[in-house]
Design a protein around this ligand. Sequence first.
Ligand SMILES: Nc1nc2c(ncn2[C@@H]2O[C@H](COP(=O)(O)OP(=O)(O)OP(=O)(O)O)[C@@H](O)[C@H]2O)c(=O)[nH]1
Ligand SMILES: [Mg+2]
Length: 264
Amino acid sequence: MERGGQALGPTDGRGDAMTLVCTVLPTFNERDNIAALIEGILTNAVAPHMILVVDDSSPDGTAEVVRSLAARYNSADQLRVALYVRIGQKGLTSAIQCGIDFALETFGADIVTWMDCDLSMPPADVARLVRAILEEGADIAVGSRWVKGGADAAHGWMARTLSRIINSFAVLLLGGVVHDYTSGFIAARAPVLRTLRLRGDYGEYCIDLLARAVRVGFVVKEVPYICVPRTAGESKTGANLWDYLVKGRKYVATIWNLWEERRT
Ligand SMILES: Nc1nc2c(ncn2[C@@H]2O[C@H](COP(=O)(O)OP(=O)(O)OP(=O)(O)O)[C@@H](O)[C@H]2O)c(=O)[nH]1
Ligand SMILES: [Mg+2]
C-alpha cells in the first residue's frame, strides 16, 4: 500500500469519530479518467471520504497519475487517496474484494462504495448513494439505470436490450427489490461486506451480492442514475454480439443458481 509513493501504515481519512466512507476504484488502463473521477468524488463528499485505487499494474501509467494525486491530497495526519498495485493478478471482482478488505481492515471504513473508473458512473452520484445509507436507512444503495429517473445513455440498443432482458429475468426469479442487478455502482455498510464476500469473475458478482443481501434481510435501496458513455480509454468488455452473449450466459447461469439455492 502506498501513499504518495511512500509505504503506508494503518491510518485513515477521518480526523474524528465520524462515519468514514471509502470508495474502492478498480483500474486497468484508466490513466485519462482516474484524476477527474477521484476529484469529482472527493469534491462532492458528504462525509469524511477517502479513495483506494486497486490497480492491476496498468501499463498505461494509471498508478503514476494516482501517485501524483495522492501527493496533492494527503497530509501527515489525513489520508484521502491511497493506491494498491497488484502484481501478477487480474480480475475485476477480486480487485474490488481486495479493496473492500483494505477499506474495512486497514482503514476502518464504515461505508464502502465502488464503481467503474471510465466516468460512465458520474462521480457526483457517489454522494447520492452514501446519502441513501446515511439518511434513508439503506444497508446497500445501488445505482440503478432501470428505475424511474435512471437511464443508460452509454450503450447501444443491443447491449441495452440484453441488459433489460437479463435484469427482467433476475427480477422474475430473485425479486423486484432491485431492478439493476448488474449495476456495479454500489455503496454498502461495513456489516454487509463482513457478512457477504464477492463471488464470481466479472459483473455476475453484483447479481450474486444483491440477491444474497436481500435474502439475508439487509435493506437494499435503488438510486436512479444516468450511465454516460466512456470518452477516454478502452472498454474491457467487447462490444460485439458474441462478447455480450458470452457475458450474458454467465449472468443467466448466476441468476438460475441463486434461484435454485433459494428453493432448496
Ligand atoms: N483492477 C482491475 N480493474 C479492472 C479489470 N478489468 C476491468 N477493470 C476495471 O473495471 C471497470 C469496468 O471496466 P469497463 O472497461 O468500464 O468495462 P464494462 O463497464 O464492463 O464495459 P462498458 O460497458 O463498455 O463500460 C473499469 O474501472 C476498469 O478499469 C481488472 O482486471 N483489474
Ligand atoms: Mg464501464
